[in-house]
Design a protein around this ligand. Structure first.
Ligand code: ADP
Ligand code: MG
Length: 460
């Protein structure tokens, strides 16, 4: 009997010990969770500091795999399946080597450094992993712009949009759908400030801007021509641009595919379904901040710490065009916002290379002029010239706030590895090298306090 009581006592003691252990573990889990959140916040802040110290324009370079389109029909080496005509190589994660030794041509043996170099085998997920932290910056109050640059067929659209043929594989998705998916995930983590998201999709074709979400009177999406203007406070905007309100990545994809169906395309010899326009997708996040919170002292945290950057939100000032997707009306004095711009540029090859004539030659010449204007703007910025020629093309005028303003700008250089494209590859790498030299000062994150004050004054 005594032994049974003793055993019961021992069991109770064991149970109590277990309970106390569980309590202890629960407490340490809670503490770890708190520490994790503090560390996560610190990591985010450190990341932002690092990115700013590195300079605003970051350049990544992606070498796509060798494809049949890289082969010259009469090239016996390629026909034999050898890759000896591959001239662009990722030496390490930051270095690309272009080595080309052709009989009768001077030897090319050049290396270039960028913030990140992706080899042909690196998947879409690897490219997105490096872009992801930029999206975090977006929710911290920065504007972000990501653009793909390179000759036709070098993988810009693959990188930004995904493969041309619809693919069920999530792993094939390009940066644009991934970025929007991540954007909504981040918002769901911090839903304060009633976040609203809208999207606009436009293309610049032959130096004209087309609104790819605008609908005509019969509500058919028709790609209406728009203009770009500079507002009194020096910001660029496209009046009457359609902004579709979205609440999920699925809604985004619907509008995105709708817009893409209108994008101008024309076959060239380089790439059978080449995009001949610059595509610009803009996702704007607007959050409400009560006017009362503007009375907070600097340093105090506002709910939903997002801030507007340099752009004016045109829908706040004017009615949406007929047929546009309605955008939720806003009480202008309480809105703060940040903007994500995703740009798939048209091909940067020279006309002779593409073998185009007539109308297509005209397209190519507009493309080359706008890309030359982009290079001129970067050159003027890197030399700190007084006048930056943004207005020389619609592309640079439209992207003025992102290139020279306070956005974090990432240029993804896309290059073909084949010998056939070596001249265009060197041109793209030269462009990227110049872009890296641009130091625009730190990306600016305005405090919600000053920002709302400015907004009130600006819209008074
Ligand atoms: P661009 O937009 O620069 O003209 P695309 O993105 O259309 O070029 O790419 C040209 C071709 O190469 C397409 O068939 C595309 O699917 C393929 N491609 C490009 N990059 C890759 C890659 N990283 N992996 C596999 N295929 C690719
Ligand atoms: Mg393309």
């Amino acid at each position: 009997m005594a032994a049974a009581i003793r055993r019961a006592q021992l069991s109770t003691e064991n149970l109590q010990a277990c309970q106390s252990e569980i309590l202890h573990l629960q407490l340490s889990l809670k503490e770890m969770d708190m520490r994790y959140h503090v560390e996560k916040q610190r990591r985010r802040e450190l990341h932002n500091t690092l990115v700013e110290l590195k300079g605003n324009i970051r350049v990544h370079c992606r070498i796509r795999p060798l494809l049949p389109l890289d082969c010259e029909l009469d090239d016996p080496i390629l026909q034999n399946g050898s890759d000896s005509r591959e001239v662009a190589h990722a030496v390490d994660e930051e270095t690309i080597l272009v080595r080309c030794d052709r009989p009768g041509h001077p030897l090319i043996n050049k290396t270039y450094n960028f913030e990140r170099v992706y080899g042909p085998a690196e998947p879409q997920t690897a490219v997105f992993a490096d872009v992801c932290p930029l999206l975090t910056s977006l929710l911290d109050g920065y504007n972000v712009c990501i653009m793909a640059y390179g000759q036709t067929g070098s993988g810009k659209s693959y990188t930004m949009l995904g493969p041309e043929l619809p693919s069920d594989a999530h792993s094939d998705l390009g940066l644009i759908p991934r970025a929007v998916e991540e954007f909504f995930r981040l918002i769901s983590e911090n839903p304060s400030g009633s976040p609203k998201v809208d999207v606009s999709i436009l293309e610049i074709y032959n130096n004209d801007i087309f609104d790819l979400l605008a609908k005509d009177s019969s509500t058919v999406v028709s790609g209406v021509k728009r203009d770009v203007v500079t507002t009194q406070d020096g910001c660029t905007e496209v009046p009457l641009l359609t902004r579709g309100a979205i609440t999920s990545v699925l809604e985004f994809m619907e509008l995105f595919h709708q817009g893409l169906r209108l994008r101008a395309k024309n076959p060239t010899l380089v790439h059978a379904d080449s995009s001949r326009s610059h595509l610009i997708v803009t996702v704007t996040l607007t959050t409400a901040t009560s006017l009362a919170s503007t009375d907070q002292q600097p340093g105090q945290t506002l709910p939903g710490k997002r801030t507007r950057a340099s752009e004016r939100w045109s829908s706040a000032h004017q009615a949406s065009p007929p047929g546009s997707v309605p955008v939720d009306p806003v009480g202008s004095r309480k809105q703060v916002w940040s903007r994500l711009q995703l740009v798939d540029l048209a091909g940067s090859e020279c006309a002779g290379m593409s073998g185009v004539t007539g109308l297509a030659l005209r397209e190519t010449s507009f493309i080359n002029r706008s890309l030359a204007a982009l290079a001129d703007v970067l050159g003027a910025l890197s030399e700190h010239r007084g006048h930056i020629p943004y207005r020389n093309s619609k592309l640079t005028h439209l992207l003025q706030d992102s290139i020279g303003g306070d956005a974090k700008l990432l240029v993804i250089l896309c290059v073909s590895p084949g010998q056939k494209h070596v001249a265009e590859t060197l041109q793209s790498l030269g462009f990227g090298t110049r872009a890296r030299q641009v130091k625009r000062g730190q990306a600016r994150k305005k405090s919600p306090h000053s920002q709302i004050r400015e907004w009130c004054l600006g819209s008074a």
